[in-house]
Design a protein around this ligand. Structure first.
Ligand SMILES: [Fe+2]
Length: 289
């Protein structure tokens, strides 16, 4: 049997992946919550869904999505399916990205960046508003990894998030690795990218590993969190406070304990920051931010 590190996690956790579900149920780990990739469970049936329902009885669920395409066309059937899943799992939040995937003639299986300008804000606000009318959970928007920018861009990513928070009341899921990858790929200091974010709106963090493919960094979720990303996470904690932090891993998925090790490292950062600031914005007793 695997030995469990006795360190109690109150802030950091993991994004659930199907190969780890049975082990998570068997080990009864004291995790504060689980993030669940909603798009993998839209059918609401099957053996993995049965496991998920059992996990949802044990852990609070943060529902994460990739199919809304808030930057282009909202699919009402997808929205209904996500809302149904959120109720069924008693999810406490729903998130997706500041991006688009639905394009004329089909759906690209990627998170394409929107142009950072007023016309995009209007489309986004319309779609976010319609989504909020259906969901009963807070809606969070995540910064995507970007590999290109547009000549039409006239707002920064942080200014886009600020406007969306002001106009629609959305919360921000700040992916620290995405921020680092975007900064590298676009030649912008990631600290400068982060400086424009609306501090009052940040409610959750993502951490993950990336791959080097010179001259680019690829957000492949296939490695441990890199040292510069840990440093950027520290800066985010100082700027925006301690919030629930999720470790994401997809490519070359390792053993569950490797993900838990990364979560414990995030917990150490959050605890040190919490000790300094007496836990701004985070209820450490319950682990619920
Ligand atoms: Fe993420």
């Amino acid at each position: 049997m695997t030995l469990v590190n006795p360190m109690k996690l109150t802030c950091a956790s993991i994004s659930l992946r199907e190969p780890h579900m049975a082990e998570l149920l068997a080990r009864e780990l004291p995790l504060p919550y689980l993030e669940v990739m909603a798009d993998n469970f839209l059918s609401g049936r099957g053996p993995h869904y049965h496991l998920l329902k059992q996990l949802a009885e044990r852990y609070p669920i943060e529902l994460h999505c990739v199919g809304f395409s808030f930057g282009s066309t909202l699919d009402p059937d997808y929205l209904k399916a996500i809302a149904r899943l959120a109720v069924d799992l008693n999810a406490r939040s729903v998130s997706d990205h500041l991006s688009l995937s639905a394009v004329p003639g089909g759906f690209v299986h990627d998170l394409l960046p929107v142009t950072y300008q007023e016309s995009s804000l209007q489309v986004l606000c319309d779609n976010l508003g319609r989504t909020q009318e259906v969901l009963s959970q807070p809606l969070r928007l995540e910064n995507p990894s970007r590999y290109l920018s547009y000549q039409a861009d006239c707002l920064t990513e942080g200014e886009m998030m600020t406007e969306l928070h002001r106009r629609c009341g959305i919360e921000v899921l700040l992916d620290i690795n995405n921020l680092y990858v975007t900064g590298h790929n676009l030649g912008i200091e990631p600290e400068a990218l982060m400086a424009d974010y609306p501090a009052a709106a940040v409610r959750q963090y993502h951490l993950a590993g990336h791959a080097q493919q010179p001259p680019l960094l690829l957000d492949n979720h296939g490695n441990t969190v890199s040292e510069p990303v840990w440093q950027l996470y520290q800066q985010a904690l100082e700027s925006f406070g301690v919030h629930p932090t999720v470790i994401e891993w997809d490519d070359d998925l390792p053993a569950l304990d490797t993900l838990l090790g990364e979560a414990r490292q995030a917990e150490r950062f959050a605890t040190r920051q919490g000790d300094r600031t007496e836990i701004g914005g985070m209820d450490r007793a319950s682990g619920i931010g």
